[in-house]
Design a binder for this molecule. Structure first.
Ligand code: KIV
Ligand code: ZN
Length: 412
């Protein structure tokens, strides 16, 4: 077995269906406005990621700053289970710096990237296609002389000439790359196209399967397709996904880890037995840790971890939820570490939800009492955006307020 295939099979835990979760919250995620983190904050986040069960943590870009170097180095000394990676441009000084940053890790990776699209080669790097191929070979070879596990990313792969992309992938594998990542750097592709790109490259580069090279997705969310594209790549044989907590990252962000992991579980029927080591009930707690470190929380309607992901306001939905949660929830909140469903009272709520909430607060109302209280409630809800428990208690007639029981069940 070649060195490359040994690492590849170790990464997939011998299970060919295992999808490696490569978390880049601390690198691509951090590279976005409002998300920069101190070494201590990165370390806190790295502990949360380890607890979550990610396979690889991309801890930073060693050459970017002294702070990034220090954070990577600190993380390699504190985190034991996940492999620790540093990003590096295809340059000697970057690669040597990355190798120094990860030297204390039990298991390390250098992630080398170089653009493959003509747009980037001509306007950004100002080098020819053949120069880029030479740099790919030299840099991957150098990285492999320093660590066992080297990932190569042809940046802007999705807008690259397909024949040239195939050539660059071949060169990187010949030089010793053990993982080939094909980034949708600007979030341009549709799921059908992205899946097709993986199938085609795999078919045209036999060394991928022969050498056990892991194919990886890396998607940005400019068209809101990052998670869908990552899943399409998995269907097409990718066995690593690069993603971030809460989907933070450049511009519209990266593929959200929690969305991919939950989809693999909830729709296991669609993904041919793909497995992963993410502990789903750590998704929400990990999202919360990140929200406390950076300057913003996920938007309320964010899938899985947003404040409204398990909240229901409309009367029809609340009635259905009280009858059977499966009516309007495809997973339990507990599955992803959220403590409970939240029935939010507002102007769209019905009597069933009002009764339920009042009972939770310790007030049992007769039919007529409920009817009267409901009229008052709707009038109030038309005026107020948020209804609090104190508001509800405030609209109850005195005789009901005085007969309060102990709350009957856990409060929302
Ligand atoms: O989006 C991208 O292309 C990247 C590479 C460095 C992998 O983040
Ligand atoms: Zn990226």
């Amino acid at each position: 077995m070649s060195k490359g295939s040994r690492i590849a099979s170790e990464m997939s835990s011998v299970d060919p269906n295992h999808v490696v979760f490569f978390d880049t919250t601390l690198r691509d995620g951090e590279q976005s406005p409002g998300c920069s983190m101190t070494t201590q904050e990165k370390l806190t986040m790295a502990h949360a990621l380890e607890e979550l069960g990610v396979d690889i943590i991309e801890a930073g870009f060693a050459m970017a700053s002294e702070g990034d170097f220090a954070a990577i180095s600190t993380i390699t000394q504190a985190i034991r289970k996940p492999r620790i990676a540093s990003l590096a441009r295809a340059k000697t000084e970057d690669i040597e710096m990355a190798a120094r940053a990860v030297q204390f890790a039990d298991r390390s990776r250098i992630h080398v990237f170089l653009a493959s699209s003509d747009l980037h080669l001509e306007w950004k790097l100002k080098i020819s296609r053949s120069e880029a191929l030479d740099r790919t070979a030299e840099s991957v070879r150098l990285a492999r002389s320093l660590v066992d596990d080297v990932e190569f990313s042809p940046e802007d792969a999705t807008r690259s000439d397909r024949g040239y992309l195939v050539e660059m992938v071949r060169v990187a594998i010949e030089a010793g790359a053990t993982t080939i990542n094909m980034p949708d750097t600007v979030g341009y592709m549709t799921p059908e196209e992205y899946g097709q790109m993986f199938r085609e490259v795999r078919e045209r580069v036999p060394a991928i399967d022969a050498e056990g090279v892991v194919l990886s997705s890396h998607c940005h969310d400019d068209l809101g397709l990052a998670a869908a594209n990552s899943l399409a790549a998995i269907s097409a044989g990718a066995r690593q996904v690069e993603c971030t907590i809460n989907g933070i990252g450049e511009r519209a962000g990266n593929a959200a880890l929690e969305e991919i992991a939950a989809a693999l579980y909830v729709r296991a029927d669609c993904y041919g037995g793909a497995t992963c080591s993410i502990k789903l009930d750590q998704l929400y707690p990990t999202s919360q840790v990140l929200g406390q470190i950076i300057t913003f929380k996920p938007s309320p309607n964010k899938a899985i971890v947003g404040a409204n992901a398990f909240a229901h306001e409309s009367g029809i939905h609340q009635h259905g939820m009280l009858a059977n949660p499966l009516c309007y929830e495809i997973m339990t909140p507990a599955l992803v570490g959220v403590s409970h469903t939240h029935l939010v009272l507002g102007k769209h709520s019905g009597r069933a939800a009002l009764r339920h909430r009042l009972e939770q607060l310790g007030y049992t109302l007769s039919r007529e009492e409920l009817q009267q209280t409901y009229y008052r409630f709707v009038a109030m809800a038309d005026r107020k955006k948020s209804i609090y428990d104190q508001d509800l208690i405030g609209i109850l007639p005195d005789q009901i307020r005085e007969r309060r029981n102990e709350p009957v069940s856990e409060l929302d």
